[in-house]
Write a protein that binds this ligand. Structure first.
Ligand SMILES: *Cc1c(COP(=O)(O)O)cnc(C)c1O
Length: 387
């Protein structure tokens, strides 16, 4: 794919690229165009919200494409609309897709619950090692799908090696770049074809928007568009406008979250109650070198395990500042127990196989003062020690 070299710096793109100019009143922010009907300018250029081409949609797509260094982008009604439309646009009856084994739960459900109906074959890799991707490629493989860093253990997939392997076999590559965000990771510059986001997370950043985004070459984007207009997963222009507003601070939010997370991970690693910390920015992380080679920052997501002498439920109840919550990537810090929430439906054996222990806690680090977060965790740990 042609990489669009960005002339402007990150925070300038966040603030200025892709705005609807207010020609009439010269307002500082984009006006919202809510029309669902537009007079034809050209019979081939019909404007309609479900065609992803309202003024606000088109403006925001420019911002996303600029951030991901791609030619084009699209905004969707949810992260899963972005994931499902992208996959189904490139997979037809009889085709095969290789997916990495550690994936967002919703993506896993899409594959396991829906793909058989459409006659799409799939394999999950044994590990994130490139050898295991190679092993799963078949004659009818069309797509390789990865997600890095992964949820909830922050495992790292080698983006460049996957892209190279795919090129050799003429396959389309897709990445879920939600956890890293373009602030920390630019997969298109490393050879990945299609970059997918749950914009509900860092793009939105304030836990008040459900949205998705895809960035790719104009050609790949057009193939996704041809399906997207039939599936109908576009986002309302009100929410598009809110998302544009949120993304102005994407750069400063995520950089602050990077800094906080690294401090918090170092604190947790040294704490006597903590068994393990999974954060790619720690030199103790098994994939630290790989992460450092493909990420410019390590993100705001981490996981850690409390030792068995500590009661996880009691720990959650004792937190005062940090909210126990499913959501992630907001400006507020949140935590959850995968065993009690996202992975509750798995058997204990299945969880163990995935490396998810009962003491595991996923931590989405916000922008609060790090000292306040540390104090909150310290007091909650103290209260959760088993007698
Ligand atoms: C939340 C999430 C999704 C799904 O996004 P929705 O906006 O909830 O549809 C996909 N991938 C990752 C990594 C996520 O965290």
């Amino acid at each position: 794919m042609k990489i669009k070299k960005q002339k402007l710096g990150l925070n300038t793109v966040c603030t200025h690229t892709g705005e609807v100019e207010d020609k009439q009143f010269k307002g500082a922010v984009s006006p919202i165009y809510l029309s669902s009907s537009y007079a034809f300018e050209d019979i081939d250029e019909k404007r309609y919200p479900r065609y992803f081409n309202t003024p606000n949609q088109q403006a925001l797509c420019k911002k996303v494409a600029a951030l991901e260094h791609t030619e084009a982008a699209m905004i969707f009604g949810s992260g899963m609309a972005a994931v499902s439309t992208s996959l189904l646009a490139f997979l037809h009856k009889g085709d095969h897709v290789v997916l990495q084994n550690a994936l967002y739960g919703g993506t896993m459900n899409l594959v396991l619950e829906e793909f058989d109906k459409y006659g799409i074959e799939y394999s999950f890799t044994q590990s994130l090692n490139i050898k295991d991707f190679k092993k799963e490629i078949k004659k009818n493989t069309k797509v390789i799908y990865i997600e890095t860093p992964s949820n909830p253990l922050l495992k790292i997939t080698d983006i460049r090696k996957v892209a190279k392997l795919a090129k050799k076999h003429d396959l389309v590559t897709m990445i879920d770049n939600t956890f890293a965000s373009p602030v920390n990771q630019l997969p298109a510059t490393m050879g990945i074809d299609i970059v997918i986001h749950s914009a509900t997370k860092y793009f939105g950043g304030h836990s008040d928007i459900l949205a998705g985004a895809v960035a790719a070459s104009a050609e790949h984007m057009n193939q996704i568009f041809q399906l997207a207009k039939n599936l109908g997963g576009s986002l309302s222009d009100f929410t598009v406008w809110m998302l544009e507003r949120s993304m102005k601070t994407l750069g400063i939010r995520v950089k602050e979250q990077n800094k906080n997370a690294l401090k918090l991970a170092s604190f947790l690693e040294k704490h006597e109650a903590v068994e393990n910390v999974y954060y790619p920015g720690l030199t103790s992380h098994p994939d630290y070198e790989l992460a450092a080679s493909q990420m410019s920052g390590f993100g705001g997501m981490m996981s850690f395990e409390l030792k068995s002498e500590y009661n996880v439920s009691k720990f959650f109840k004792s937190l005062q500042l940090i909210k126990p919550s499913m959501s992630l990537a907001g400006v507020e810090s949140t935590m959850l127990s995968p065993t009690q929430t996202s992975h509750a439906l798995l058997t204990p054996e299945e969880r163990k196989k995935q490396g998810i222990s009962d003491g595991l806690i996923r931590f989405s680090v916000g922008i609060e003062e790090k000292q306040d977060l540390i104090s909150d965790i310290k007091q909650a740990i103290k209260k959760s020690k088993k007698k």
